[in-house]
Design a protein around this ligand. Structure first.
Ligand SMILES: [Zn+2]
Length: 416
């Protein structure tokens, strides 16, 4: 065991106490804007206060704990993640990062260290896709990037505007923080790489861009018993060729140096009846790329595949349509160096890697220097009750953050 400046017992307590605040039949569920979420928030408020932090809810509905620096006006170093969960989610997604950030503040208190910069710990509101169908509401809000028409979105009788107000925010105030000099987030990897390679920390180079592409294949409905095999226009078998070709294409791109993954995650056929040749297949591709060039190559290849399959079969394939298209977000190169060095100083075995999942860091990166680290999780499982991570690994990650924060506290001033 390493001799760490951070305390695994306090982290274990944060996490098990929060895990107990869940919809009873759905561990671990604390969806943003629900009473369970608010109960989790009041627990966190008590923990923040116990750590000597001055708490507030910002306009966007984020919970913030403030630790003043020695040099007022120098700016803020911000650490944090999110405490909301997906339905039937895990104990660690987001929560590990809030606890680790809080632990940094507690360790500074233990060491009697006052930074020059202000330090703030944040629990972002609604990182996961919320009951309003949108995600990263708090991190977007902190930097003034919540689309105004989102406020009128509803879930039952509740508007997002009212939801943010109920959490304690001021949805009509457009916050746009300019004092934040750096943002760091710890998160569980949600994949198997660190565990497989027996590493402690992944220093995240970029958060993959996500592009979703819809493909519609049209054939002809016919009697499944009487239509000869050679004279069918089966939309499903044509679509199946596409699915397999997309898998192959994605596997080839994934062999390159940058992260790439693509999944046909949604698929439906019509009329979906045992005795009818399928007349239509609709699929949705979710593609994720660390490099925009890979995504462009993928999209071009998918267009070509669609033409090819239409050519080889008697079905028609509509031109693949990009439903949504987000650019990848690189993490700040200076922060990556600071994090690598912090891993070395802490004795953490580390590597650089991209994030295939979206995170609040991707939004913060639009307004300030931002970066994140991953810690291993059991079997790479996430968004499931089985999600698991070791408290010692989180404590080590928190120690890396602590080291990085101390370095940044000096370095950000020299950079001026
Ligand atoms: Zn998360």
């Amino acid at each position: 065991m390493r001799n760490l400046p951070t305390n695994p017992d306090r982290i274990a307590e944060d996490i098990s106490d929060l895990a107990a605040i869940t919809e009873p039949d759905h561990p671990y569920t604390r969806r943003a804007f629900t009473p369970m979420f608010l109960a989790g928030r009041s627990y966190l408020e008590r923990r923040f206060e116990k750590a000597g932090l001055k708490i507030r809810i910002d306009a966007a509905g984020n919970l913030i704990g403030h630790r003043p620096g020695k040099k007022p006006g120098l700016g803020t170093i911000l650490l944090g993640s999110h405490s909301d969960t997906v339905p039937d989610g895990g104990r660690y997604d987001g929560i590990a990062g809030v606890s680790a950030a809080l632990e940094v503040a507690r360790a500074l208190h233990d060491q009697d260290v006052q930074l020059d910069h202000d330090l703030e710990i944040v629990d972002f509101l609604a990182e996961e896709v919320s009951i309003f169908g949108v995600s990263c509401i708090g991190s977007r809000g902190m930097i003034g990037l919540v689309p105004p028409d989102w406020l009128t979105r509803t879930s039952g009788d509740l508007t997002l505007e009212q939801g943010i107000a109920d959490v304690g925010g001021h949805p009509q105030v457009s916050e746009k923080r300019t004092d934040i000099k750096a943002f760091l987030e710890l998160h569980i990897e949600q994949g198997p790489v660190l565990e497989d390679k027996k590493l402690d920390i992944g220093v995240v180079t970029a958060i993959a861009g996500i592009t979703r592409i819809e493909i519609v294949v049209d054939g002809r409905a016919d009697h499944a018993g009487t239509t000869p095999m050679g004279s069918r226009r089966d939309a499903l078998t044509a679509a199946a060729r596409l699915v397999l070709a997309i898998e192959q294409l994605a596997s080839q791109l994934a062999e390159g140096p940058a992260h790439f993954a693509a999944t046909v995650g949604e698929f439906r056929i019509e009329p979906n009846a045992a005795n009818v040749v399928p007349s239509r297949a609709v699929m949705l591709i979710d593609a994720r790329a660390e490099n925009r060039a890979d995504m462009e190559r993928f999209c071009e290849a998918v267009d070509a595949l669609a033409l090819e399959v239409a050519d080889e079969t008697d079905c028609s394939v509509a031109r693949p349509r990009r439903i949504s298209d987000n650019q990848p977000t690189p993490c700040d190169p200076d922060l990556l160096k600071v994090l690598d060095a912090a891993c070395e100083a802490t004795g953490a075995r580390h590597r650089r890697m991209a994030s295939g999942a979206g995170h609040d860091t991707a939004w913060m990166a639009r307004a300030t220097k931002a970066a994140m680290i991953f810690i291993p999780c059991l079997g790479g499982r996430s968004h499931a009750p089985e999600e698991s991570a070791k408290t010692e690994d989180i404590a080590l990650g928190a120690a890396v953050l602590l080291e990085a924060v101390k370095t940044l506290d000096k370095q950000l001033q020299e950079a001026k």
